[in-house]
Design a protein around this ligand. Structure first.
Ligand code: THU
Length: 117
């Protein structure tokens, strides 16, 4: 686990806008080219419009031209760390650390290849 990614995820977690859930999430995503993009959850009074920290980081990365990704650290305040939603693949809690292999989190995922005709 990269200490730098953990620091960035913890740092951006402070900026989470979560007046409804009070559940702060920060994400630091490392792109294949080495750049790191961050995201925090942003909630809406129309709850379904809430954006997860991970998707925020992915959006920032894609908008900046990044494509391949190597690692993502997700910071929350719960211990043991929350199992991430479908978009979230790796999480770090304040005291403990859990790691998953992507295919174990989302086996037989609906993927790009599925849409290829
Ligand atoms: N949330 C994330 O940002 N990432 C996850 O992996 C799970 C949930 C956010 C969405 C919402 O703002 C709050 O956590 C509670 O669900």
């Amino acid at each position: 686990m990269s200490a730098e990614l953990v620091r960035r995820a913890r740092d951006v977690q402070k900026n989470a806008y979560c007046p409804y859930s009070k559940f702060r999430v920060g994400a630091a995503l490392e792109a294949a080219d080495g750049r790191v993009f961050v995201g925090a959850n942003v909630e809406s009074a129309s709850y379904g419009l809430t954006i997860c920290a991970e998707r925020m980081a992915i959006g920032a990365a894609v908008a900046d031209g990044a494509r391949g990704f190597s690692r993502i650290v997700v910071a929350t305040d719960v211990d043991p760390p929350a199992s991430p939603c479908g978009a979230c693949r790796q999480a770090v809690g304040p005291k403990t650390e859990r790691r998953w292999v992507l295919r174990d989190l989302l086996p037989d995922a609906f993927a790009k290849a599925t849409l290829t005709r």
